[in-house]
Design a protein around this ligand. Structure first.
Ligand SMILES: Nc1nc2c(ncn2[C@@H]2O[C@H](COP(=O)(O)O[C@H]3[C@@H](O)[C@H](n4cnc5c(=O)[nH]c(N)nc54)O[C@@H]3COP(=O)(O)O)[C@@H](O)[C@H]2O)c(=O)[nH]1
Length: 950
């Protein structure tokens, strides 16, 4: 199966931008083109190449220079050699002139002549200067005789077997043993000499022999030499024709020259670079710079040279030059060799140095280029990044501009709009194109905005948020406008105009305002607005010296309507009541709803209390006629409390509080009526409000705690139960008893939260005692009417028991008779639910309420609690024991246990014993005590007297 084509995006991390997104280019060189990276390498290669070229060039130049110098040097040596030969020939010519001038020259004169030449010093190559006379075959004897006569007594011509023509050496100087031996030698007897002499005779020019070994050197070994011959003639120094020269030939001057001496000193003495001018540091003399070889035939034909100069062994010549040297009618070939110690060697390091230096420079250049390129590429990359970043910023700014929900416009210094974003166009209700180039001032429908923009064009920023709707462009709405001049270098460049359509916001604010100040159900002013209206009315009353009346209206038994007919029905009733209340009032008066079934009427410019009373009567009358809701007719009556400014209070809170209290009094007085505030009511009301606030705090901050009053067996005197009673440890006022704060808790509904806490705390304490003492004892908890009616009591009790692992009988719920009597059916259901969970039920304050015994058998009650007033009356004699007796009897007949409370004296106890009342509680045995004391008490009493743990 073929592999699926790889998805290039698949390898990309998830957070990488998509491949299609254009990536900013950080370099102007394409990434895949390695040109910049190659530059250092190319530079290195080029540099090395150039270095090689330079080396080669320098080598070539050096070679050329050497060749040139060597050629110069060769010319110099060669010239000197030629000069020497010339000089030698000149010596021969001079000697010849002497002989021709003085044909009868004596050998002693010859000697003096040669001595005068100072040959050892001036012509070191010349061995001797001799004169050989031409002697016909017949004249040999004559010559011998003449020479002997001239003093050379031993003179003889040798060799004797000679030819017809003889040329006999007669003079040789300087005179030494070797030269003297050559006197008499017939030079024609030896072929080389003979042919050379004939050439000299025939040409009249100096003629040189080929290289020969001189007679004087024959004994010593081969020392190549040549003899220069210069012919002498009779009469004419140089007869004009061959015949004349042969005819007048008298002899030859012979100048033998050692070839080595001809060259000696020319190459060893002078070196161009290390010459006499060179300093002491010129280095050691390493030998001759030039090798010389002389051939008298072409070197290729010669077996060995005539002469070979001294040179180091096994050296090869860098350069060789050959020159021809005319020597007495012969032509020598002189080969000159440049030796290693010559010119070139002085600078031969140069090409190598050039190569090494060039390569080193190339490497350095390459490295520098690399660094420069790296720096350049970093700079390019940085520039690229900066550019990309700037582009991004620009794009972001553009996005911000176009996407901004806030309208933004740029206004030129002439007031004409130069640019705007879509939001500005939307706010103005015009397309951007319609706005561009127009004078924004003409687009405003109000002067305030125009002035604000004018001010901005003068360099002054301004903000505008009108309460009234404004016109911007083609739209009318609430706008928030902000003009911000942009000034650079103290010059106004343009004005930024920000426009936000806050119409929606305004409407929402207004709605919130409405909700904040009006009751959603009835549309009447709520508590906040009512306070505000009262405050307004009070200011007016203070100014005018009038009165303000506050009517606190509470609907009688509205709760019954609500509970029995449902909340929506109750809401409709409240709306109907609100309509009726509003209909009977003046425009200047305010009716509002405080919450629930409580309404408030604020009456302004009240002159006397009677004005308020007549309004209250009117309210009563208005509500008197039956309401028809949902097809049902019923009557709602109000209880109205009236407070007056300045009589009862001087602030809204005080007036409402007083009216509230007066309303309670109206209710107490039988409902459906009104009552004015009395001074006494006002004082009580204030205290109650303070208490409420403190109580809320007490619940929050844990200032409440429980004490426990023991319940004792009347006969044995042993503790059989405990009643949990709440206490408040006020941080300033100290201990506060429930009689003071319970009514406030009940009025404000705080009793629910408080009751929850009591329930859970009592259950926790039961658990603690059980775990510490190993026993359990029933603890009675008082439950208020509000708790009982809440509908949540059975569930809350169950939760408290469960949370502490209790089964039920450890807890006893005390409810008052009055609580049950309001709604026996629902009370029975609640008690039944509680019983289901196993708890005990005690009927508190029994005998004080409705004293109707009929409901008792319908309720699942365990215990009757004789109210302490009956016990108290026993001891005071206010009444006899008939009530307690009846209660004990009732309990017995119904199978209920009976406990008496408020037992303070032995007398009372005795009476109860007499009545066979099972148990009691009261100060006689113990006041309510903290949990720790209970623990001690139970500990003392022992486990035997306690109720066993199930
Ligand atoms: N809903 C709740 N009601 C509670 C709670 N705690 C207490 N109460 C009720 O408050 C009323 C006053 O209670 P208290 O001040 O604690 O008074 C109790 C006893 O101290 C008092 N008492 C007991 N023995 C005597 C006595 O010999 N003489 C005497 N003068 N008074 C005595 O009786 C009160 C207990 O009454 P009762 O509950 O009827 O047994 C009171 O109605 C409490 O019920 C609470 O947590 N929740």
């Amino acid at each position: 199966m073929a592999e699926p084509a790889a998805d290039p995006a698949a390898d990309q991390p998830a957070d990488r931008p998509p491949a299609s997104r254009p990536k900013p280019s950080f370099s102007r060189f394409p990434r895949n083109l390695p040109l910049p990276a190659l530059i250092p390498a190319l530079a290195l290669i080029a540099g090395c190449g150039l270095s090689v070229l330079a080396m080669l060039q320098s080598d070539r130049l050096l070679t050329q220079e050497e060749e040139h110098r060597f050629a110069t040097r060769v010319e110099e040596i060669h010239g000197q050699m030629a000069d020497r030969l010339q000089v030698y020939q000149q010596v021969a010519r001079s000697a010849a002139s002497l002989v021709m001038t003085f044909p009868d020259l004596h050998w002693t004169q010859w000697n003096r002549f040669v001595e005068a030449l100072d040959m050892p010093r001036r012509y070191p190559g010349i061995i001797s200067v001799a004169y050989a006379r031409a002697v016909p075959a017949t004249g040999s004897g004559e010559l011998v005789a003449a020479m002997r006569a001239a003093g050379l007594t031993n003179f003889r011509i040798w060799p004797e077997s000679a030819g017809a023509e003889r040329v006999v050496n007669i003079f040789t100087a300087p005179v030494d043993e070797a030269n003297v031996r050559a006197v008499g030698f017939d030079m024609m007897s030896e072929a080389t000499r003979r042919s050379t002499i004939e050439r000299a005779r025939d040409s009249g020019e100096p003629a040189a022999t080929r290289a020969i070994t001189l007679k004087i050197d024959e004994a010593a070994g081969a020392k190549p030499a040549l003899i220069l011959y210069q012919a002498t003639y009779r009469g004419d120094p140089l007869p004009p024709s061959l015949e004349a020269r042969q005819a007048s030939f008298t002899g030859v001057v012979a100048v033998p020259v050692r070839i080595g001496s001809l060259v000696d000193g020319l190459v060893d003495e002078k070196r161009p670079d290390i010459g006499p001018d060179a300093g002491p540091d010129a280095g050691p003399d390493t030998g001759p710079d030039t090798g010389i070889e002389i051939y008298d035939v072409p070197p290729a034909e010669a077996e060995f040279p005539l002469y070979r100069s001294r040179r180091p062994l096994e050296t090869t010549a860098a350069i060789s030059l050959t020159r021809e040297l005319p020597v007495g009618g012969r032509v020598w070939t002189v080969r000159y060799d440049s030796l290693p110690d010559g010119v070139l060697t002085a600078h031969e390091w140069v090409p190598g140095a050039l190569l090494v230096g060039g390569i080193a420079l190339s490497i350095a250049l390459s490295l520098i280029l690399r660094m420069m390129l790296a720096t350049h590429s970093r700079a390019v990359e940085l520039a690229g990044r900066m550019t990309a970043s700037l582009r991004l910023q620009e794009a972001e700014r553009q996005q911000l501009f176009t996407q901004a929900p806030l309208g933004i416009a740029l206004v030129g210094t002439n007031g004409l709009l130069t640019d705007c974003n879509p939001a500005f166009g939307a706010a103005a209700g015009l397309a951007r194109e319609e706005l561009l180039g127009t004078d924004l001032r003409l687009r405003f429908g109000d002067q305030g905005s125009v002035f604000a923009l004018e001010a901005a064009l003068q360099g002054e920023s301004g903000r505008l948020e009108s309460d009234q709707p404004l016109v911007l462009g083609g739209r009318r709405s609430h706008f928030s406008l902000h003009f911000q001049p942009v000034i650079l270098a103290e010059e106004l460049k343009f004005v930024l105009a920000f426009a936000e359509d806050i119409g929606e916001k305004r409407r929402a604010e207004q709605h919130i305002q409405y909700l904040a100040h009006f009751d959603a159900l009835t549309g009447l002013p709520n508590r906040i607005l009512l306070f505000d209206r009262i405050a307004q009315a009070l200011r007016e009353a203070r100014r005018e010296g009038s009165k303000v009346a506050v009517l606190f209206i509470d609907l009688d038994r509205f709760k019954v309507i609500n509970d029995s007919l449902g909340h929506s029905f109750g809401d409709e009733v409240l709306r109907s009541v609100a309509r009726r209340l509003r209909s009977g009032l003046r425009e200047s008066d305010t009716v509002g709803r405080l919450g629930g079934d409580e309404f408030l009427i604020v009456l302004r410019r009240v002159m006397e209390p009677g004005d308020a009373a007549s309004v209250a009567e009117k309210v009563v009358a208005h509500l008197a006629s039956p309401f028809t809701v949902g097809g049902q007719n019923f009557v709602v009556t109000p209880s109205i409390g009236i407070s007056l400014y300045p009589d009862d209070a001087e602030d809204p809170e005080g007036l409402i509080r007083c009216a509230d209290i007066a309303m309670y009094h109206a209710k107490e007085r039988g409902r459906n009526g009104f009552r004015f505030v009395t001074r006494e009511m006002g004082a009580r009301s204030r205290e109650r409000m303070d208490l409420e606030a403190s109580l809320r705090k007490a619940i929050r901050e844990g200032q409440l705690f429980l004490v426990y009053q023991p319940q004792v067996d009347t006969l044995t005197g042993r503790v059989v139960g405990l009643e949990a009673l709440i206490r408040w440890r006020h941080p300033e006022e100290g201990l506060i008893l429930p009689g003071r704060f319970l009514p406030v808790a009940e009025e404000t509904g705080l009793v629910l939260a408080m009751g929850d806490w009591v329930l859970f705390e009592a259950c926790e304490q039961i658990r603690r005692w059980r775990s510490r003492l190993g026993l359990s004892i029933p603890v009675a908890v008082n439950v208020s009417g509000a708790q009982f009616r809440d509908g949540q009591l059975p569930a809350k009790v169950a939760r408290a028991l469960d949370a502490n692992g209790l089964s039920g009988p450890e807890l006893e719920i005390e409810v008052t008779e009055s609580t049950l009597i309001d709604d026996v059916e629902s009370a029975a259901a609640t008690l039944e639910a509680l019983k289901q969970r196993g708890v005990l039920i005690a009927l508190d304050d029994f005998g004080t309420g409705y004293s109707s015994l009929s409901y008792l058998h319908r309720l699942p009650i365990d215990k009757l609690k004789i109210d302490r007033s009956f016990i108290h009356d026993l001891s005071t004699g206010a009444s006899d024991a008939s009530v307690p007796r009846a209660i004990v009897g009732l309990g017995r007949s119904l199978g209920l246990s009976v406990i008496a409370e408020g037992v303070e004296t032995q007398e009372q106890l005795q009476l109860l014993r007499d009545l066979a009342c099972e148990s009691y509680q009261g100060f006689l045995f113990s006041r309510p005590i903290p949990a720790e004391e209970v623990e001690r008490l139970l500990g003392r009493q022992g486990a035997a007297h306690a109720v066993a743990v199930e």
